[in-house]
Each structure stands twice: as structure tokens, then as C-alpha cells.
Ligand binder design. Structure first.
Ligand SMILES: [Fe+2]
Length: 487
């Protein structure tokens, strides 16, 4: 029997959605710009069955994929679960079979397979385009290929046996200049392993080069950044071990005695040429962008001084206190004998970790960073189940690194914004000249909405309205007919 009453935060808008849907010719206020022709894919987290443990991470929820298809000012919506092997086994059993996030020791005996942790993936994190195909990805397993129009789950991808890792990142990075995709898997040879498999795909999706190396200690390597010459891999203060997993604990714990570390890897080069840098205790989830200038490498990213994961406990028993992300710049001097990196706060405004840029400027210096944040000067008509006094992420920020200024878009007084996605007005338009797409939870109307925002004036152009709730989004990706065979 399905019963979510043990999950105190799974109420109201935040209760699991648990259905697929199709809406043709969605209701729209305002006017959709005619040049928006493409598909906005999003991955969400949605429990079909309640988790086995009350303190489980939302990261374990089933993957749900949705699509807003824009064409000639009309928008169609489709959404459905990713039919992973795990999902199919659970539907057959009619219950939750899997235990803690990335800990197969806590699974039911009939699905417990310690040697193949990648079988547990829920493929819930990022829609990734590779070699003209669409994939649902999550860093604890291999990706699932999806039909780009029906969103049907086709198969789990092993790249013809050439992918030498049990895992595949949810944040591969596309080089807009060469069309190459840099991807990696960590805990590559198994649970808690220190090895990383780093790989470059060419624009056709064929593997061009790869390398394998070990990190100083196993930590969550959720995101990377690339420059024209380097790959930057940041590691933070989350830790794991086989002992911890055998004790039945959730995969990650926070160790405040651990420094952050950073690998500066020559692209297409040799693992022996990796330069390692270190910094203080930090929480690092996503990057914004990186670039190389001479023998310096720069990385802009949201970063916090301590733990930002409520469900990954302090291994020394300390109480959880949320640390805020601010946008910072790290400088790595490859000529220096010093292995410390330089850290500079670019903007001290508290933001989420979901920074995005105009992706045409990945690998090169960029001017703008976009991210959603909680604007506490704005009204909020509602309450959040995990903290009734909290202000939700009601606004989108555009940070201008050239002028040091910020402009913002407010989504509404009962609204929570999800990660934005930038789309250029035309392929040749200047950086930042285009649109921001971001979906919104409307808590008052109990429905999902998609805001289309002018990225220059930060004003709303249109809003697409769904007549139902969407589960919480993780990441989104824009695709055109040049990227995927769109109907
Ligand atoms: Fe992510």
C-alpha cells in the first residue's frame, strides 16, 4: 500500500505527483517569441513509492522527464517517468526495494547487488545530448537513452563497452567551439573507489580520448568545468567509505576536517600532467564556467563555507547548519609552486547552487551568470513545509561581471523558481542577448508554470501554464532541431 504520511515534507505542492501527462497547445499568457523553436527538457525527482528510510535524500527519488516543445509560438507539454531497471523492479514488486542513497547494503535482499552499484540509478538529474541522442543521467550509474519526442525510455547506454566506469556524470561539458563533450565517471570501479574515468567524445558521439586517475580522497564529484585547454574538477568535504556503507549509512557524510581539492587536467593529455590544488573546507556542487589565460586557470562557481546538504550528516556528530552559496572566483596559478588556490567573492548575495551562463561562452571568459535566489524584500503568500518562516527562491538574478551589478526577475508572491536556462535570440547574437526559461511552482494555484523572460531587460514575455503540479526539477537543457531529431 502506498502511504506517504511518514514524509512530513511531502505535502501540498510537494507531495509526489506520480503521473505522466500530455498537454497539447498549452495555455499561455503574453506572447511566446516566434524564434523560440526547440525543446526544453527537464529532469525531476518524484517518488513512486515512499523511501524505506525517513531521513533518505530526495536525490534517490525516481527520475521523471518533461518536455516543453516550442514551435511557431505554440507550446506542447509531455512528462513521464524514466523507466529504469530499478523503476521496473519496484513496479513489479509494488513497493520500494532500495535503501539509502548510493548504499546497496541497505537494499532488500532480492535486489542487493553490491558489485554493480550502477544498477540502482534513478536517472533523475540532467537531460544530456550526446551524438544526436537524448539521455537521462545521474552520477551513480550509466545513462538511459530516451526518445526525444515521446520521452519513452529506450535502453541503458554502455557506449559499446568503451566506457570504462560504472558511473557517468550528470554534468558533462560541451565545448561550443569544437563540439566535443567532456564527460567522466567517479567511483569508477565501484563503491567508494578513488578512481575517475575522464573521457572526451567527438561531435558524433564517438570516444576520442580517455584517461584514468585517482583523487586524493573519494568525494562527490558532481560537476566539472572546461576551458579551451583544461578540465577543472573540484572536490569538497563530503566523504564516504566501504566501512560507512557496510554500517548501513547514507553514502555521504560531511567531514569539516577535509580540505577541498581541485584537479587541473590537460584536455586530451596525460594523467601524469594533472596539477592538484587545495583550499579550505568548502561545499561545491555546480560550476558556472572556467577559462585559461596563459598559465592561469580561472573557475567561477557558487560555493559555501560548510555543509549545504541537510541529509548528509556531519561525521563528527555536529548539528546541521545550512551554509549559503555565494558566487566566487578561484584562480589556479600553474607556474606557482604553491598548491593553494586563490579565492575571491565576486558577489556576496546568497544564491542557490544552480548557476548557468550563456553556454556559447563555456571555456572562454563570460560576462553574465544567471541563478535563482530568495529575494527577502519580496512578499511571500504561503509557507514551506520544511521551514514555515523560510523565503522561497522567488527570483532570478543576472549578475554582470563587467559592471559588478545585478538585475533580477521576480516570479510571484506564491512562487518558487527552478533552475534557469539561457537561449540566445539568434545563433550570432551577443552574449546575454536572448531568453531565460525557468519553471515555477505556483503554490497558490497548485500548478506548474514556465516563465519566458527577456534576458536583457529581465522582464516577463510569456508564461506557459500547466493545469497540474510538476515534481521538483533538478536540471534542464534546451535543444534545437540541429541537436536532436525533433518532431
Ligand atoms: Fe547538478
Amino acid at each position: 500500500m502506498v502511504d506517504f504520511s511518514r514524509m512530513p515534507h511531502a505535502v501540498g505542492y510537494f507531495s509526489p505527483a506520480r503521473f505522466g501527462a500530455e498537454v497539447l497547445d498549452c495555455e499561455v499568457t503574453g506572447a511566446i517569441p516566434a524564434e523560440l523553436d526547440g525543446a526544453f527538457y527537464r529532469m525531476h525527482v518524484d517518488w513512486l513509492y515512499p523511501p524505506k528510510f525517513d531521513d533518505e535524500a530526495s536525490l534517490s527519488a525516481d527520475g521523471y522527464v518533461s518536455l516543453f516543445r516550442f514551435k511557431r509560438g505554440i507550446v506542447d507539454y509531455r512528462g513521464r517517468y524514466v523507466r529504469t531497471d530499478r523503476f521496473a523492479r519496484q513496479v513489479a514488486a509494488r513497493r520500494q526495494l532500495y535503501g539509502y542513497y548510493r548504499n546497496p547494503y541497505t537494499d532488500d535482499p532480492e535486489v542487493r547487488n553490491i558489485g554493480a552499484p550502477g544498477e540502482r540509478t534513478t536517472a533523475n538529474t540532467t537531460p544530456v545530448i550526446l551524438g544526436g541522442k537524448l539521455y537521462a543521467t545521474k552520477e551513480d550509474g550509466l545513462p538511459y537513452q530516451l526518445d526525444p519526442n515521446t520521452l519513452e525510455t529506450l535502453r541503458q547506454e554502455d557506449f559499446g563497452g568503451r566506457w570504462q566506469s560504472q558511473t557517468f556524470t550528470a554534468h558533462p561539458k560541451l565545448d561550443p567551439r569544437t563540439g566535443e563533450l567532456v564527460a567522466f565517471g567517479y567511483e569508477a570501479s565501484g563503491l567508494a573507489a578513488r578512481d575517475v574515468f575522464l573521457c572526451t567524445f567527438d561531435r558524433t558521439g564517438a570516444i576520442e580520448s580517455s584517461m584514468r586517475f585517482e583523487v586524493p580522497y573519494t568525494t562527490m564529484l558532481h560537476d566539472i568545468a572546461i576551458t579551451e585547454r583544461h578540465v577543472v574538477i573540484p572536490g569538497s568535504s563530503l566523504v564516504t567509505s566501504l566501512e560507512r556503507l557496510r554500517e548501513g549509512k547514507i553514502h555521504w557524510g560531511w567531514d569539516r576536517t577535509r580540505e577541498s581539492y581541485y584537479a587541473i587536467v590537460p584536455r586530451g593529455g596525460d594523467a601524469r600532467a594533472i596539477r592538484w590544488f587545495r583550499g579550505p573546507e568548502r561545499s561545491i556542487v555546480h560550476t558556472a564556467n572556467a577559462w585559461s589565460e596563459g598559465n592561469k586557470v580561472y573557475l567561477d562557481l557558487p560555493m559555501a563555507d560548510g555543509n549545504t546538504w541537510p541529509f548528509f550528516p556531519d561525521i563528527h556528530g555536529g548539528a546541521f547548519a545550512m551554509h549559503a552559496n555565494t558566487i566566487r572566483r578561484l584562480t589556479f596559478d600553474l607556474d606557482s609552486g604553491d598548491d593553494r588556490c586563490r579565492e575571491q567573492v565576486l558577489f556576496d548575495r546568497e544564491v542557490t547552487s544552480f548557476t548557468r551562463i550563456d553556454d556559447r561562452f563555456l571555456t572562454r571568459p563570460h560576462r553574465y551568470v544567471y541563478v535563482q535566489f530568495a529575494d527577502r524584500s519580496r512578499p511571500f503568500r504561503g509557507s514551506l513545509p520544511e521551514d514555515p518562516r523560510a523565503q522561497p527562491n522567488n527570483s532570478l538574478a543576472r549578475f554582470d561581471l563587467r559592471t559588478g551589478s545585478m538585475s533580477s526577475f521576480f516570479a510571484g508572491d506564491a512562487h518558487i523558481l527552478q533552475e534557469p536556462c539561457f537561449i540566445p535570440r539568434s545563433p550570432g547574437s551577443p552574449e546575454g542577448d536572448g531568453y531565460l526559461l525557468a519553471t515555477v511552482h505556483n503554490l497558490a494555484a497548485m500548478r506548474a508554470e514556465l516563465a519566458v523572460v527577456d534576458a536583457v531587460s529581465m522582464t516577463e514575455l510569456a508564461r506557459v501554464i500547466l493545469p497540474f503540479r510538476n515534481p521538483s526539477q533538478v536540471h534542464g537543457t534546451w535543444a534545437t532541431e540541429r541537436d536532436l531529431p525533433l518532431a
